[in-house]
Design a protein around this ligand. Structure first.
Ligand code: ATP
Ligand code: MG
Length: 447
């Protein structure tokens, strides 16, 4: 998937339903909101809206008050009684105090009188979205400790939680796949603590960290004098994790020799200490994780197919951050609270602009990169708020929230040049290098 596409997906994370019986008014509103990057759906009556709402979720509903069959107030009532976490804005062509009062009493917290300008519409919607963001951030901070310390409410993460529950209940071996920094180790621990094995040890081993010559002894242990340097009898990881879980991280990097040894131990549920012919029965559950594509490795002869099927009984794919929509906001607020607590002092929060930009970024390093970014921002923050300009340079040019198509080339160039300069804290040499022009040309352009 390319970054551009993901970017758009994030920007469109806010969904708006527009209900208005007048087609021209519907179209105008839709056009403006869509241009801002919102995902907009329209319909012409309360009946249609109820039907859409029965199977689709929206962040904001904008409804006309007066419509031929059923009044917009009915829709407001329905939403307030049946749906959480939705903001409603009432619009009407007959502005009256009573209409506004009644709308607000019924539960529409926002009110816009027709005729309104594009700017009025957009700033009203922006205010609503900002209110939603703040509400969700507050909720995220509260539920931060839920679900084994794994933050996330997106559909993609709900699926992960479901699989964790399923895996926790069983003794089957689990394979966790996902890009670097997506939280695979966190998921592995969650599977262990979600099940009956939680009171036995969780042993975490990185397959790349064991030298080839020590694999057998590390995994299965050795008896005293088994080889030079084996001064004492030693228990291996399989046995330490007996009754619990052995987490084999980076399984895709295990050598073929190690894979063979693992396969035998899994099949026979029995291990032999190096230097001993006495079998030891072990009841160890395996959880393996990798950011590599094991099927591809199998194709290249680098991973054993028989081992793959043994470890992959339950597969938990962990989605990248860019597919988790507004989880990003929950994570930002979680990490912000965590680092503020560690510092022991209140620290400024991100401005709405900065948050918006963070949502538009594609996060190649996933949750780990987000965590590091938040930490860095919190540490160096000085102002009232962490602003757009405080974000790392890589993050500044990734979004085009609203493509403005009303500027001349010269205006556009001048704005771009200034943005680049700001991203490198005014360093003209660096800015010129990014723009691939010399410093003198840059100076001229700035004039
Ligand atoms: N959903 C989440 N909620 C809170 N913290 C998270 C979440 N996902 C990841 N983290 C944090 O992000 C960091 C990276 O997570 P983790 O080490 O589990 O990722 P990983 O997939 O194992 O990465 P790698 O592929 O590099 O081994 C950790 O500090 C972890 O606590
Ligand atoms: Mg890991």
């Amino acid at each position: 998937m390319n970054a551009g596409k993901n970017r758009d997906k994030n920007l469109e994370a806010f969904k708006i339903l527009v209900v208005d019986d007048a087609a021209d008014s519907r179209e105008v509103i839709q056009a403006h909101l869509a241009e801002e990057g919102y995902l907009v759906r329209t319909c012409a009556s309360v009946e249609q809206a109820l039907q859409i709402l029965s199977h689709a979720a929206f962040d904001v509903i904008i409804t006309d008050l007066r419509m031929p069959k059923t009044s917009g107030l009915e829709l407001v009532r329905h939403v307030r009684q049946n749906l959480d976490d939705v903001e409603i804005m009432m619009i009407t062509g007959y502005p009256s105090i009573e209409g506004a009062v009644e709308a607000v009493k019924t539960g529409a917290e926002h009110y816009l009188a027709k005729p309104f300008t594009d700017t009025e519409l957009l700033s009203a919607v922006r205010a609503i979205i900002e209110k939603l963001l703040r509400k969700r951030l507050a909720a995220g901070a509260q539920s931060a400790a839920s679900d084994y310390g794994i933050i996330g409410e997106s559909r993609a993460m709900q699926n992960v939680f479901k699989l964790i529950g399923k895996a926790g209940d069983s003794n089957a071996n689990v394979h966790i796949s996902g890009e670097s920094g997506t939280g695979k180790e966190l998921v592995a621990r969650a599977v262990h603590y979600a099940g009956a094995r939680r009171s036995a040890p969780f042993v975490s081993v990185n397959c790349t960290a064991i030298p080839e010559s020590l694999i057998e002894s590390e995994l299965f242990g050795h008896v005293k004098g088994a080889f030079t340097g084996a001064g004492d009898t030693r228990t291996g990881f399989f046995q330490i994790a007996d009754g619990g879980t052995l987490f084999l991280d980076e399984i895709g990097d295990a050598s073929l020799a190690m894979q063979g040894k693992l396969l035998r131990a899994i099949q026979e549920k029995t291990i032999y200490k190096v230097g001993s012919s006495r079998p030891t029965h072990v009841n160890t559950r395996l959880i393996c994780a990798t950011n590599k594509n094991l099927l591809q490795l199998i194709g290249k002869g680098l991973f054993r197919e028989d081992l793959y099927y043994r470890i992959n009984v339950i597969d938990i794919p962990v989605p990248p951050l860019r597919e988790r929509g507004q989880d990003l906001l929950l994570l930002v607020s979680h990490f912000h609270a965590k680092f503020a607590k560690e510092l022991g002092r209140p620290v400024p929060f991100f401005s709405d602009d900065a948050l918006r930009q963070m949502m538009a970024y594609h996060w190649p390093g996933n949750v780990r990169e987000l965590e590091n970014t938040v930490q860095k921002m919190v540490l160096v923050a000085e102002g009232q708020k962490i602003e757009l300009a405080d974000l790392p340079a890589t993050m500044k040019f990734c979004a085009t929230p609203a493509k403005r198509l009303d500027r001349s080339l010269a205006e556009f160039e001048s704005e771009y040049v200034r943005d680049v300069l700001a991203s490198v804290s005014g360093n003209k040499t660096k800015a010129a290098a990014i723009l691939k022009i010399d410093r003198k040309t840059l100076r001229d352009k700035l004039k």
